[in-house]
Design a protein around this ligand. Structure first.
Ligand SMILES: [Zn+2]
Length: 61
């Protein structure tokens, strides 16, 4: 990860990394037996804006 993260909402560079997992995991549509994928997301520490959603295992889709 060497790209510069900047909040698209307030322009802050104070960005943290988060991950959605468990019940909020993103599931491939129609593949009920799949484990799905957790979702990496950027969190602005200034305004709380979430952006940069990225599936942890995009090959599952
Ligand atoms: Zn922000």
């Amino acid at each position: 990860m060497n790209r510069t993260d900047k909040c698209p909402n307030c322009g802050s560079l104070n960005i943290g990394d988060g991950v959605w997992t468990g019940y909020a995991a993103l599931m491939p549509k129609g593949k009920k037996l799949s484990m799905g994928s957790s979702v990496n997301v950027k969190v602005c520490k200034e305004c709380g804006h979430l952006f940069g959603f990225c599936a942890d295992k995009p090959e599952k889709f």
